[in-house]
Design a protein around this ligand. Structure first.
Ligand SMILES: C[S@@+](CC[C@H](N)C(=O)[O-])C[C@H]1O[C@@H](n2cnc3c(N)ncnc32)[C@H](O)[C@@H]1O
Length: 230
């Protein structure tokens, strides 16, 4: 059975998996449980981010999360297929009911023109080739399909603190955060149109005492969500 067996999703005939581009997966592979339990400890931030993504999702059945991690977003958003280079992250996502295909965003092991939605949450900052990954997302979407990207906005007040402290953290040491403006330019260059933005997390996550509001645009919330259409 193919990795995507039973879903109607068609892997590429010559899927290249994780070969070719060095995926920055080391900390995720080694400290998977630690990564995953952060969502339970910081559940108000998690629920706020989940909701900010949920309201940007288009209708459509055939959906994919690229860099699905442990499936924290895919599982609760009804996304059944994920691509992920870290085997230990993928194992937990599978336990959550996501069918995970090994591979990287820059070289998706999937045939083109087959999804209504491609989601990427907090992976842009780990990619060696952001533009290549956005072109790949564009390739696998059907005409009229949407890419939804959740990212740490480097230009937001809390995002600036994240950027300053990233060297001290286990998971974000290697991260290169983008600004909303950069994401906007890159999405347009990759061929996306009808761009829309939402944002949340206006408080330092350690200080969050209730769910954070969700507002339009970017530049203020640490977690921004972009949507573009093919
Ligand atoms: C911060 S985690 C986010 C996981 C998940 N999207 C979430 O929000 O919980 C970053 C994920 O990107 C994956 N990753 C790193 N390099 C990648 C690449 N080149 N292509 C796809 N995923 C990659 C890591 O293995 C990790 O699972």
């Amino acid at each position: 059975m193919s990795p995507a067996g039973g879903t109607g999703i068609v892997p590429a005939a010559s899927g290249t998996g994780v070969r070719g581009v060095a995926a920055r997966i080391g900390p995720f592979e080694r400290h998977t449980e630690k990564y995953d339990t952060r969502f339970s400890r910081n559940w108000r931030a998690y629920r706020s981010e989940l909701e900010a993504v949920r309201i940007m999702l288009p209708h459509g059945r055939r959906s994919l999360e690229i860099g699905v991690g442990t499936g924290r977003f895919a599982a609760l958003l009804g996304i059944r297929i994920g691509v992920e280079p870290s085997q230990s992250m993928a194992r937990i996502a599978r336990e959550r009911g996501v069918r995970v295909i090994g591979g990287i965003a820059e070289d998706l092991p999937l045939r083109g023109d087959q999804f209504d939605l491609a989601l990427m949450v907090t992976i842009l900052c780990f990619l060696d080739d952001v533009d290549g990954a956005l072109r790949e997302a564009h390739r696998v979407l059907s005409a009229g399909g949407s890419l939804v990207v959740g990212f740490v906005d480097r230009d937001s007040p809390v995002g600036r603190v994240y950027q300053e402290r990233s060297g001290e953290t286990l998971f974000y040491r290697e991260a290169a955060f983008c600004s909303g403006k950069e994401v906007d330019c890159r999405l347009k260059s990759a061929g996306f149109h009808s761009l829309a933005y939402g944002q949340t997390i206006f408080t330092d996550p350690g200080q969050i005492r209730e769910l954070e509001p969700i507002r339009e645009g970017y530049g203020e919330g640490c977690f921004a969500v972009a949507r573009g259409m093919k």
